[in-house]
Design a protein around this ligand. Structure first.
Ligand SMILES: Cc1cc2nc3c(=O)[nH]c(=O)nc-3n(C[C@H](O)[C@H](O)[C@H](O)COP(=O)(O)OP(=O)(O)OC[C@H]3O[C@@H](n4cnc5c(N)ncnc54)[C@H](O)[C@@H]3O)c2cc1C
Length: 312
């Protein structure tokens, strides 16, 4: 550890790479440490990202890394930050390989762990025929028989939402549906069927879905299934570095609490992307990373005007 970086970006997904681009263009010395497990890697394409609609995620991240190569103050390093602590002049982070790096600012863009129901057949179809975000994947499965796995009010809301993409939508309650009279009436008015048979498994070759198998031995043809998810911090790093986490929201169970410029409650520590987001998307992650980087450049300049020139 023989230098102090202006910023260490922990995580090189959409948020982290976007931040590094802004930091690099502002000539700030920046280390991006990335474990390479972006959450959407299983998907065929990124849905709804302007300029990259339908592009395979891995190609998108490779293009981002390639762009960063033009900026000499940015170093991309494959690895994992496993621990960290605050000191008098910033933060010291420890990587899994034992190296330690020091920085004035740390930006957490570590993404989140997406947790979906434990139904057999979901993992191999995740991000393809089984998904959590109709805005990301609805277009690709439009006009097919679509299902929503959920039994309560949130499931009813998502089933109504899915009607934008298909006239054939079924709420699979996996047991008795738990709906109020108004929700049930809305579903009926929208032509959404409710199926209360116990769900046993998903069927179909490879990553595709052709039907839902029920515990009573019957099956119903379905081409895609929307499932509920909650997102969770991938590691205790945010809390370890002193950031407050938010109360559970509709999606994120423990998002990092940030202000409008992505600053956490811990001075010098910022967070962006899924790690601090209730409505995760690649577009939001790119925007938040960019905003965080601008905040970091501004803060470094006012904090130490004598170092307002090129960092290092
Ligand atoms: C299956 C699936 C499909 C999706 N499809 C779409 C879609 O089509 N369109 C859309 O807009 N959104 C989609 N999303 C949501 C979107 O992928 C996320 O909102 C977005 O990728 C978040 O970006 P991020 O940079 O915050 O996190 P990520 O992309 O998850 O990147 C975080 C990076 O940080 C790394 N990391 C984590 N901890 C550490 C550590 N301690 N040290 C070093 N590195 C670390 C991870 O390995 C990873 O590489 C999808 C999500 C899923 C799960």
């Amino acid at each position: 550890m023989d230098r102090t970086w202006d910023c260490i970006v922990v995580g090189g997904g959409a948020a982290g790479l976007s931040a590094a681009l802004v930091l690099g263009r502002a000539r700030r010395s920046t280390l991006v440490v990335d474990a390479g497990r972006q959450s959407n890697l299983t998907a065929h394409g990124i849905g709804g990202l302007l300029g990259h609609d339908g592009r395979p995620p891995a190609a998108f991240y490779a293009a981002g890394r390639e762009e960063l190569a033009a900026y000499p103050s940015v170093e991309l390093r494959a690895g994992e930050v496993v621990a960290g602590e605050r000191d008098e002049d910033g933060f010291t982070l420890e990587l899994a390989d034992g190296t330690r790096e020091h920085a004035r600012r740390v930006l957490l863009t570590t993404g989140m762990d997406y947790r979906y129901p434990g139904l057999p057949g979901i993992p191999e179809r995740w991000g393809r025929s089984v998904f959590h975000c109709p805005f990301c994947h609805g277009w690709e499965v439009r006009e097919q028989a679509l299902g929503v796995l959920d039994r309560g009010a949130e499931g009813a809301r998502r089933a109504l939402l899915l009607r934008s993409w298909s006239d054939d939508v079924t709420l699979f309650a996996d047991g008795p549906a738990e709906l109020g009279a108004e929700e049930a009436a809305h579903l009926e008015a929208a032509g959404v069927a409710i199926d209360e048979r116990r769900v046993a498994e998903l069927r179909g070759p490879g990553g595709s879905l052709t039907g839902i198998g029920f515990a009573d031995g019957t099956e119903r043809a379905v081409g895609a299934l929307l499932v509920p998810v909650t997102t969770h911090q991938r590691s205790p790093l945010a809390a370890l570095l002193g950031a407050d986490l938010r109360e559970p929201g509709p999606v994120a169970a423990d998002a990092v609490d940030v202000d409008a410029m992505q600053r956490t409650s811990a001075p010098g520590l910022l967070a962006a992307g899924d790690a601090s987001e209730q409505m995760p998307s690649v577009a939001s992650a790119v925007a938040a990373g960019s905003k965080a980087a601008a905040a970091i450049v501004g803060a470094l300049m006012t904090e130490a005007p004598e170092r307002a020139g090129v960092g290092g």
